[in-house]
Design a binder for this molecule. Sequence first.
Ligand SMILES: [Zn+2]
Length: 133
Amino acid sequence: MTSENGEAGEDGFWLYDLKVETVIGDRPPVCRHIPGESFRVEGENLVFEPGQKVSMYALAALLPLLPAKQRETSAHDWMTTDAEIACPDPHCGGRFRITRAGRRFFRHSETTGLPDKRGQPYWAGNKDEDTDP
Ligand SMILES: [Zn+2]
């Protein structure tokens, strides 16, 4: 178990895992949006279970928001309270519900590109040890 700020003297940060699930809004979908289909966001990775799909146009609308949803935000920030993102087609009822799940701890030295700060990349180690349920 890693403390809130990482191990003593450890330079790191927490990111939420996310679940992005297709839901339908107040009008029918135009694109292929199947309610209940989903993918997860774990660190920098999008994780799809077999058979799960997402429109590349919808994904393009979602991608800029995912890093912010991974991070701790103020309770009053709309990024905290607003969880559904609309498909970019204005005629489409497709929505994507983003929910925060467990958190993962990342060490700066394992994620930075700065040569003087760089260590072993996080993905080369065992990341399962640094997760909150
Ligand atoms: Zn759509």
